[in-house]
Design a protein around this ligand. Structure first.
Ligand code: FAD
Length: 756
């Protein structure tokens, strides 16, 4: 994303090792490349949003960070200027539909993700500040009544010339002081009661709610707050809109002493307010004298976080990609000056890049950023695709008068048709039963089930992997800058970005929340059918694009899939079921393993898209081969790492819950037999992870004296799949070497394009 590059090093000077055998990207990838990869080359509206968000980020936001404005917890006048900057850049109204004063017609998930990416490239807190206003409105957008939607959206749109009104800003208030709401959103201490209920009139509510860590609270004019009933005349829980002018207490509370995201305002507010029942988000009905909210707080937050978490994941990936340029510059210029070298010598030209390890680590950082961005933007696009399909389904249910359980029953009935659809769709052309495929795709529920089951996995995967693993990799980025990395002066603000990434892994539900959700959604048969269909897809890619590493991903998916089935039926040494809700030691690592696969697959698909569509853009003509070759190598590096993670996690889970027998002379003989059985299955295997007690004797019995035995035959497939996976890693390190060499040749600008 860097126009007008000026070289700090000419490609080809002081080359490292043998000359590159593949073309090299001339510069860091710019908009031409990203628009194709992330699929907005034909969306002028989104390109404009990218430009305006970037100008806000690399101008006013960067100037505040460089001036040290992050060094205070208070919401200062300097920080507040950012709100106007975001308004003027069109970011505030990005969330609204044109009928409410917004800019973009239709779904906006990709638009919001792109804006967040651009701002987080410089500062995550500033990105959060802009997004928190959208989060406040999200309950109203997703589940609000038409009147609530048009009212609050219109209030939050920036004031236009000639208008005489105050612009409103909001906060989203779910989390409560300890010991109440955090990860567990069910333990609400916020309460709602009926204060007054005039005969035949609208009830007046009294709401008591305390918040913890509430973003935007320094200036929010309203909050959308989660509360539970404290009155037999109100059923269950709901979300309610509280305004600063409502009668009672609207106390913004003390600022949170954050170590991170200092360009957003976070406080612990206290509310004790009266408001009309029409503020219940989504409305209510009255049944037998009881107010029944149309949506519980749980239903609303599920609908909200489903989309907003994707944008948070994108933010951390932006940080990783933003780290590449400052690190290359630091590495290359590390030894310049003094008496130790002169231009043209490797020490001068390459500096630290002479060392293989620093090149390899930067390759890993870059590959992680690519994979996370690919996953995040694909998820955002998927939600854009899903929105109109959801509307079709809503219409279908309304026509048939189906609600609640009736809807669920209809969905369950359509599940096997959706699985059939996915399998037919994946078959090679010409399809064996095109008529049936057409019939299934015309069904109102089938396409919805397919997209929905994928979204239910991709959203938590993006939030979990991009932020959690991203924060770990951000530490690597910091370490490559040496001592500079952990100072305020570090170019690219990498130290702050490392800490900020940890917040992104925490808010809107920490990693445990995403893993819990994945543990359920990744076992959905419609999702699993899609996952299985990716194996032949990736093998086909391997036939034409073996250098992407797609073969290792296909093998890793097969291994993961086998392991999931195995764990669902297996028991541990004490006879307890392995794949169970409470067994987070099993379900959570499986969720982690899946995320690696999802990210690496999408990264490959994006490079194929670049290769295919790149020639349409004349501006890319000469450079395209270099980008495709380099990104292909990054894919291979990432696919190999993903496959390695999956192999490790699956092996630990498959073998790790069996008791290991004692190691003595008698068992040593057994062990030799075990190895010989393994060797028969996998020629050349030299070690055994199962422990000796898990071997079936030649006569078919198993040696009970060695503890609880598992039939070796049950593991044969696993060992074969694992061995295949390892074999598929062929070439991965060569790809890393090539990518590392390219890093020494890519041109970068003379200086960062934002203040330091
Ligand atoms: C700067 C900042 C801004 C924020 N902005 C907002 C906002 O605008 N609005 C809002 O409502 N909230 C906001 N939050 C709150 C944030 O969403 C919560 O902090 C977060 O959801 C975690 O809740 P908690 O801190 O209570 O952690 P806890 O619930 O105490 O969890 C702590 C840890 O325990 C483990 N854990 C907990 N439960 C489980 C479980 N069931 N299974 C496995 N492990 C578990 C996990 O490791 C978890 O990370 C913000 C927080 C911060 C720091």
């Amino acid at each position: 994303m860097h126009p007008d590059p000026q070289t700090t090093q000419k490609p080809g000077s002081s080359e490292l090792g043998p000359a590159a055998t593949r073309p090299v990207p001339p510069t860091l990838p710019g908009d031409d490349v990203r628009q194709i990869q992330w699929r907005f080359a034909d969306r002028y509206d989104l390109q404009m949003i990218v430009q305006s968000s970037r100008a806000a980020a690399r101008g006013p936001v960067a100037r505040l960070v460089a001036a040290g404005v992050r060094n205070s917890h208070e919401w200062t006048g300097d920080k507040a200027q950012l709100l106007t900057v975001f308004d003027e850049a069109g970011i505030t109204s990005l969330f609204m539909d044109p009928e409410h004063g917004g800019l973009i017609e239709g779904p906006k998930n990709l638009a919001l993700a792109l804006a967040a990416f651009e701002i987080a490239w410089v500062d995550g807190g500033a990105a959060t500040c802009s997004l928190a206003g959208h989060l406040a409105l999200a309950p109203i957008k997703e589940k609000g009544t038409d009147a609530q939607r048009s009212d609050y959206m219109a209030r939050c749109v920036p004031v236009q010339p000639g208008e005489d009104r105050k612009q409103w800003r909001g906060a989203f208030c779910l989390t409560e002081p300890l010991p109440y709401v955090g990860v567990d959103t069910g333990v609400l201490s916020g309460k709602v009661r009926v204060a007054e209920w005039p005969e035949g009139g609208e009830p007046i509510l009294h709401v008591d709610k305390r918040g913890r860590f509430i973003t935007n609270m320094g200036f929010a004019n309203f909050v959308t707050a989660a509360v539970a009933s404290d009155d037999e005349r109100i059923k269950g829980s709901c979300m309610v809109i509280l305004e600063e002018t409502d009668p009672g207490t609207y106390d913004r509370g003390v600022p949170t002493k954050k170590l991170v995201h200092q360009l957003s305002s976070t406080r612990d507010p206290i509310f004790s307010l009266r408001c009309p029942a029409s503020r219940i988000i989504g409305g209510y009905t009255v049944k037998d004298g009881v107010i029944v909210p149309n949506f519980s707080h749980g239903e609303i937050i599920a609908a909200v976080f489903r989309r907003t978490r994707v944008t948070v994941g994108i933010m951390t990936s932006a940080k990783l990609l933003s780290a590449v340029e400052p690190i290359i510059r630091y590495q290359r210029s590390r030894f310049r000056g003094g008496t130790s070298g002169e231009p043209g010598t490797p020490r001068w030209d390459l500096g630290l890049q002479q060392k293989e390890d620093v090149r390899h680590r930067l390759v890993d950082i870059w590959a992680t950023g690519e994979a996370g961005s690919s996953l995040g933007f694909a998820t955002a696009r998927l939600f854009d695709e899903l929105e109109p399909v959801e509307k079709v389904v809503e219409g279908y249910f309304a026509e048939r008068g189906l609600e609640g359980r009736g809807q669920l029953r209809a969905m369950r009935k359509a599940q096997s048709a959706a699985v059939e659809y996915v399998r037919l769709r994946a078959m090679p052309e010409p399809k064996p039963d095109q008529a049936r495929l057409d019939e299934l795709s015309a069904d109102a529920l089938v396409p919805h089930l397919v997209l929905d089951s994928l979204a239910n996995v991709l959203c938590p995967a993006t939030k979990l992997w991009n932020t959690g693993h991203g924060a770990n990799v951000m530490r690597e980025a910091v370490s490559l800058m040496g001592g500079y990395g952990i100072t305020e002066d570090c170019p690219g603000f990498l130290g702050q970005k490392w800490m900020d990434a940890q917040l992104e892994a925490t808010y809107e539900g920490p990693e445990s929340v995403q893993r819990r959700q994945l543990a359920v959604t990744m076992t959905d048969p419609v999702f699993l059918a899609q996952l299985e269909s990716w194996v032949p897809e990736l093998r086909a890619i391997a036939n034409t694009h073996g250098d992407t590493g797609s073969c290792s991903l296909a093998s890793a998916i097969e291994l993961w899939r086998w392991t999931l089935d195995h764990l669902a039926g297996a028991k541990d040494a004490a006879g307890k079921t392995l794949y169970a809700d409470a067994r987070q030691g099993v379900t959570f690592p499986m969720a982690d393993a899946l995320c690696w696969l999802l990210a690496a697959r999408q990264q490959i698909l994006d490079v194929l898209e670049l290769e295919q569509k790149g020639p349409d853009n004349p501006a890319l003509a000469e450079a395209l081969d270099g980008y495709v070759a380099f990104f292909t190598d990054l894919c291979h590096v990432q696919a190999a790492r993903a496959a390695g993670e999956v192999g490790r996690i699956c092996a630990e889970l498959v073998f790790g819950y069996n008791r290991h027998p004692t190691w003595d002379d008698e068992n040593a003989a057994h062990d030799r037999r075990h190895l010989s059985v393994l060797e028969a299955v996998v020629p050349g295997i030299s070690a055994c992870a199962t422990g000796r007690g898990e071997v079936v004797e030649e006569d078919g019995t198993h040696a009970e004296k060695h503890g609880p035995c598992v039939r070796f035959t049950g593991y044969e497939s696993f060992v074969r799949l694992r061995s295949k996976l390892d074999g598929c890693l062929t070439g991965a390190r060569l790809a890393k070497d090539r990518a590392a060499q390219s890093l020494t040749q890519i041109m970068i600008p003379e200086a960062l394009d934002y203040p330091q």
